[in-house]
Design a protein around this ligand. Sequence first.
Ligand code: ADP
Ligand code: ADP
Length: 232
Amino acid sequence: PVAARADDVWKVYGSGEAEVIALRGVSVTFQRGVFTAIMGPSGSGKSTLMHCLAGLDSVTRGEVHIGETRVTGLGDSGLTKLRRDKVGFIFQQFNLLPTLSAKENILLPLSIAGRKPDDAWFDTVIKTVALQDRLGHRPAQLSGGQQQRVACARALVARPEVIFADEPTGNLDSKSGADVLGFLRDSVKTYGQTIVMVTHDPVAASYADRVIFLADGAVVDELSDPTPDMVL
Ligand code: ADP
Ligand code: ADP
């Protein structure tokens, strides 16, 4: 099954002299249970593609699907529901709420969606990210790596169709980064989670099953089972 799809997606910002063509007819399919890295130079359209896929930004032309949902053409309430129910996000800056405990942060997307957490699944996720002893801590009481593991748990606990990760290891030392990447890969292998990750880091990309390279708004190359030296 297909978790996400872009069909001939164009994205143009501005007009006239200020026009920027950020995506030039990108077509790409993300199969369920696959971990994909998106790489490419700064300004090549990686963030724009991810935002268009996730329903955070509209496309100028073409179509985007998340699972069975046609994102293109959804109104504001449809987009809000899509972001709430179908996608999860992991950011470079963690984006945890400082006044909430780790556990409250992890459960927040479910409470916003009015969904009850599945206790067994919550425990599984917490064990996988090794946060059993940190659930009552607030973000400021956690290391960067622990905070990013909270963010991973928050994304995974809702079992979204796709998790979008934007430079998830950009603010972590290499050991913490490896922990987070290992956890993301495990969630793909063990639970069939679908992940799309934007990264500059060849080591991070080597955790993915597949790498897509963007240049100047177009997909220019693709690799399976990358190693760090293949993506340098
Ligand atoms: P990347 O993530 O690969 O660095 P982006 O998707 O952020 O690339 O940007 C692709 C191109 O679109 C760049 O030329 C960038 O300046 C431009 N761009 C991105 N967002 C906007 C925006 N909101 N308004 C105008 N131009 C934008
Ligand atoms: P609202 O306006 O309804 O609050 P937002 O667009 O601000 O909705 O955010 C909806 C979801 O998208 C949230 O989960 C938020 O964390 C995420 N989000 C917002 N901005 C970005 C972004 N630039 N990149 C990735 N995810 C984002």
